[in-house]
Design a protein around this ligand. Sequence first.
Ligand SMILES: [Zn+2]
Length: 315
Amino acid sequence: MYYIGVDLGGTTIKVGLINEEYKIVQTAVCDTKAERPPDEILKDMAFLCKEVMKKENISEEDVDSIGIGCPGLAIPQDGILLTSPNLQTFKNTNVKAEIQKYINLPVYIENDANVAALGEVINGAAKGVKSAVVVTLGTGVGGGIIIDGKIYSGAFFGAGEIGHHSILFKDGYKCGCGRTGCWEQYASATALIRDAKIAVENRDSKIKELTNGGAINAKIIFDAAQAGDEVANKLLDQYFKFIGIGVLNLINILQPQMIVLGGGMSAQKENLINPVVKYLKENMFGGLELRTEIKAADLGNDAGIIGAGLLGKSL
Ligand SMILES: [Zn+2]
């Protein structure tokens, strides 16, 4: 039996055919051209699903279901994408019905951050773990909450917006969501780079040397710190503390078995995990022992496709 997982993004649609070992065995991609009406975009998606089956020389009878990870607010049981910031033409769109015009298979949809979290639980860093929170540290901070092996999407499908719990309401940075001091404003790669630009403005630092006139990125800051640069080390000490504050909030509220740190920042592996764990151990509620395991994500961009493909199985 195979599964089809779809990552519907604002710029590309990626489809993967997943085998019983939860590995992606075939892929097909096309541009979303998001300005188009939903029926045109979804027709392309349906044809990509047919394409991956054709490549593997299988038919619909060999496929369990199609799962789609969508940016925005999805209503899983109805197969409807209510609204999406990256797909402006989608308004209360019945994705499931549209795909089923072309393919006779069960169709499931979910928010993209939620399916990426599910992917890590199914075959990534949190494989076999019953309760986990997957935190994506990238341009922003996103995440998904898995409880008892299932996505927790809240009473009204908007849960898991963990980047928007405020850690510094007074005098904090203004966030795109309308509040101030959201975790995203301190724990994202964007935040680290913003702080680095300020820190190196009037100071000598290896960060400046490594950028060589180009833009600062997160890897440069980590590289400079490892080379013993004081500015970079100070920046990262503060950054790890910001990550730790939010992770500890999650532990205090949910006490999951595991918290997985993903997104671009997870490439730093133990350079990221070890200092965050140190902060947690020093600041645990009531001096309790840290029992929640903290790990870097494993699957990278495949997490979304694998999680989406296995939506039907997890329901
Ligand atoms: Zn916010």
